[in-house]
Design a protein around this ligand. Structure first.
Ligand code: SF4
Length: 368
């Protein structure tokens, strides 16, 4: 049976290779050998696929106007999966790329049916966390969808003229009107930067979890259809693996008990880690004899995505696990200490961001 990705769903991907083939996503390997992409998400293949990263990178190296853009739907609180996107934005920003961040408040209102005031407040929190994670606000812009001018909304109308029901169904399946409008709004988010009014950034890259690929496929098709009328170029995209929750399913804002939130109390974070699903064996004796299975383990995923920067140390943990030299209890306690330090540092920075009242100056808050 053919696969379908649901950008609004909650699922964990079992087979990333299959996904690459099914959707024509380019594997990251070839680009890695061509360009110097030194972040651990590239070298560890956490970012496993892309569309036209090589085209985008060449434009960047030749001094063309490039930007990196992504969005957050403020329908929950930022967690370690959200922080992966912050991390990627920070990486590109440090290379000198302009960063733009969308707060998808229109989508949260229409699709998730969230309370409007809560959506706005959480949107501001997402921005604060992005800055606390290390995104330089002087080289980034943040916006709420509902605060955009009419030329942005005009794009949504124009896109609706050149997209068919059959195409929407082929990409997304059967969609309610709110989701169709949300998809076209996302296309406007990704493509509006190319208009002169918004900076004329012709080469935009979008780092996202792979579940968001349907939006990229639709947007790239729309870019082709508006190439002559509006001079659009196809956006490039980068796909990272979906960070799993501590029960082994996708980490999601809507399943808070299995996610580590960035504002989590250190005590709760510790408890969640201690109760997490591992790749350990049923008994300590068996684990000492056969070793654990880190490729199944949510704790090893935490190490890989966030807690260990040093590749050599990560390899050591892998070795200690697979040879039964360490048991899950100790390994979880080690992970918990590292995680608490990471959260504490982040929360200290967040406090500074809030105290500075920077967010009020940076983002135009919707009135209602
Ligand atoms: S020893 Fe650590 S890495 Fe290995 S399965 Fe247990 S918790 Fe996971």
């Amino acid at each position: 049976m053919s696969m379908r990705l649901d950008p609004w769903g909650h699922f964990a991907v079992e087979d990333y290779e299959k996904l690459l083939k099914e959707f024509g996503i380019q594997p990251i390997d070839q680009v890695l050998s061509q360009y110097s992409l030194e972040h651990i998400y590239f070298t560890r293949k956490v970012i496993f696929g892309h569309r036209d990263l090589d085209v985008w990178f060449n434009k960047f190296l030749h001094g063309e106007k490039t930007a990196v853009l992504t969005g957050f739907m403020p329908s929950g609180y930022p967690h370690l999966g959200t922080a992966m996107v912050y991390e990627e934005l920070k990486y590109f920003q440090q290379k000198g790329v302009f960063v733009k961040i969308v707060i998808a408040d229109a989508e949260a209102y229409a699709v998730r049916r969230e309370n409007r005031n809560e959506v706005i407040q959480r949107g501001l929190d997402f921005v604060a966390h992005a800055i606390a994670w290390g995104i330089n606000p002087d080289k980034a812009e943040f916006y709420f969808q509902t605060e955009m001018p009419s030329s942005y909304y005009r794009l949504i109308q124009m896109f609706s003229r050149k997209v068919t029901q059959a195409e929407i169904e082929a990409i997304y399946g059967d969609l309610a009107p709110a989701k169709i409008i949300a998809a076209l709004t996302q296309a406007a988010d990704i493509l509006h930067l190319q208009l002169d009014e918004f900076g004329g950034y012709k080469y935009v890259i979008v780092p996202v979890g792979v579940d968001q690929d349907p939006h990229l496929r639709l947007t790239r098709d729309l870019a082709d259809r508006f190439k002559h009328e509006l001079g659009f170029e196809r956006p490039a995209s980068l796909y990272h693996k979906l960070m799993r929750g501590l029960d082994g399913n996708k980490m999601s804002k809507s399943r808070p008990e299995y996610a580590i939130h960035l504002n989590e109390s250190l005590e709760i974070a510790e408890k969640k880690v201690i109760n997490a699903l591992t790749g350990g064996r049923i008994t300590a004796e068996e684990q000492k004899r056969r070793g654990g299975e880190p490729w199944k383990c949510t704790i090893f995923e935490l190490y890989t995505y966030h807690l260990i920067r040093d590749d050599k140390r990560l390899e050591e943990i892998y070795y200690e696990c697979t040879t039964g030299k360490i048991l899950c209890g100790q390994c979880k306690r080690n992970a918990s200490e590292l995680l608490k330090q990471l959260l504490k540092n982040h929360q200290d920075s967040l406090k500074e961001v809030f105290e500075s009242r920077l967010i009020e100056k940076l983002v135009k808050k919707p009135l209602f």
